[in-house]
Design a protein around this ligand. Structure first.
Ligand code: PLP
Length: 449
């Protein structure tokens, strides 16, 4: 894209905003002009100058209500004063040591106090790393190397976790009618596909049948019970039961990916679904806005990483793992995301979904808003959403969603590019009403166009 293609919707040359200028500059030194695949959208995102509570102030001085919250990683929005204070204090003491600090103990204790199953923890720097660590941990416990994951579900960019992330309808089923293992990145080693079994998110019988056949060779089953890419709808209880039965029967490790959905409950999402994971992967809000990941679980499982008696079955390290800034921000974030805060934010999420769904129904529109707690996702179609396949936008919807996203941004509200979002604690009913009414208006305008 050149400067000449940055046009406004009248077709006239747009005034060269500071964000546009920054994008043109970034394109020269960064492929695609964006550091992150998921956070780019056409013609270019606004560039943030700073954040303030639930607002982003962009380079052009525009105030944008932030519902993306760095892909759901900010429970308290931007520059939350207790996090700023904790970071200011921590940064003055030094940012990285090759010896431990007490803050890492405190954050691990905080997780354990919120959910006793998070008995022991190792911190790392991203959710991707946490998933990789958990999968390696499961392999270390079982001595097996294959894993199973659910079709369309995102768990970061570790090779096995990426399989069938965005498979297309023509490649969905294998010869036996089961979800096929499809490479996401070009050049994925064939062994990765052979070693990754793909499960259907909403079909308990098929899931049980696949696990009956494959179970004895599996090290782990990884699942997110309210997966965004599977529509942000709950995984059916019967599927969860099939998974837990297979794990118990065949000695498979259950990994629950709570990188996003930890925010749904005070103790995270596993207790809400009756899940009993061997490993839990965490990230996002537990780092208070700094890079973070964690693998956590019962001490008997976490022993796989224990080096006290020499080289562990699985060695975990990382130069900046459990760095003091992340630990300080994470502690402040979770201290202020207590049971009352979780309940309040979940209530606002419920209000948002109800208001949007009532508004769309009143306008006779087919769409609906899915989600749980403080997370939401707009589906513009009329069909029942129950898994990745049904949630995958049809061609017309794939064209409508960016227009709705752009209309929202035009009205000063940032969603993620697929029109999902997360609320943050600085928001109140006023913001929820604004988000809902703007989204209803944008959706009506899209359907009437
Ligand atoms: C469910 C889930 N797991 C893992 C990850 C990877 O986390 P990170 O981006 O910190 O590597 C993400 C990121 O969005 C996620 O949504």
């Amino acid at each position: 894209m050149s400067a000449h293609t940055l046009r406004n919707d009248t077709g006239l040359e747009a005034p060269m905003t500071r964000s546009a200028a920054a994008f043109l500059r970034e394109q020269r030194v960064v492929p695609g002009g964006s550091m992150r695949h998921a956070s780019w959208f056409a013609p270019h995102p606004p560039y943030a100058a700073r954040g303030e509570g639930c607002w982003i102030i962009d380079l052009d001085g525009r105030r944008i209500l932030d519902c993306a919250n760095n892909f759901f990683s900010l429970a308290h929005g931007h520059a939350f004063p207790p996090i700023v204070a904790a970071l200011t204090d921590a940064i003055a003491k030094g940012t990285a040591f090759g010896v431990p600090m007490e803050a890492e103990i405190a954050l691990a204790e905080t997780l354990r106090a919120r959910n006793p199953r998070l008995e022991q923890t190792r911190f790392c720097n991203s959710g991707t790393e946490a998933v990789m660590a958990a999968i390696k941990g499961a392999r270390g416990v079982t001595g097996r190397h294959r894993i199973a994951k659910f079709e369309g579900c995102y768990h970061g960019s570790y090779d096995h976790a990426e399989v069938s992330l965005e498979s297309r309808p023509e490649e969905w089923d294998d010869a036996a009618g089961n979800p096929a293992s499809i490479a996401y990145a070009k050049g994925t080693p064939p062994a990765v596909l052979a070693d990754t079994v793909v499960l259907p998110y909403a079909d308990a019988d098929r899931c049980a049948a696949i696990l009956k056949r494959e179970g004895p060779s599996l090290a782990a089953i990884i699942l997110d019970p309210q997966a965004s890419k599977a529509g942000m709808v709950p995984m059916p209880a019967a599927v969860i039961a099939a998974v837990q039965q297979a794990c118990a029967r065949d000695g498979i490790m259950l990994i629950v990916d709570e990188v996003v959905n930890f925010r749904l409950g005070f103790g995270g999402v596993s207790p809400l679904f009756g899940l009993e994971p061997d490993f839990v992967t965490l990230g996002k809000i537990i780092g208070g806005g700094l890079p973070v990941g964690a693998v956590s679980g019962p001490a008997a499982r976490m022993a796989v990483y224990n080096h006290a008696a020499g080289k562990p079955k699985v060695a975990l390290g990382g130069t900046f793992s459990a760095n003091p800034l992340t630990m300080a921000a994470g502690l402040a974030s979770l201290a202020h995301y207590d049971e009352a805060a979780v309940a309040r934010l979940n209530g606002l999420g419920e209000m948002l979904r109800q208001r949007v769904n009532a508004g769309l129904a009143a306008a006779g529109l087919p769409g609906r808003m899915a989600g749980a707690g403080s997370l939401f996702r707009l589906h513009p179609g009329a069909r029942k959403i129950e898994d990745y396949r049904s949630a995958r936008p049809l061609p017309a919807e794939a064209e409508a969603l960016p227009r709705i996203h752009a209309a929202m941004l035009g009205a000063g509200i940032l969603l993620t590019p697929n029109c999902s979002g997360a609320l943050s604690t600085p928001m109140g009913e006023e913001q929820v009403v604004l988000i809902a009414d703007t989204l209803i208006k944008a959706t009506i305008a899209e359907f009437q166009a």
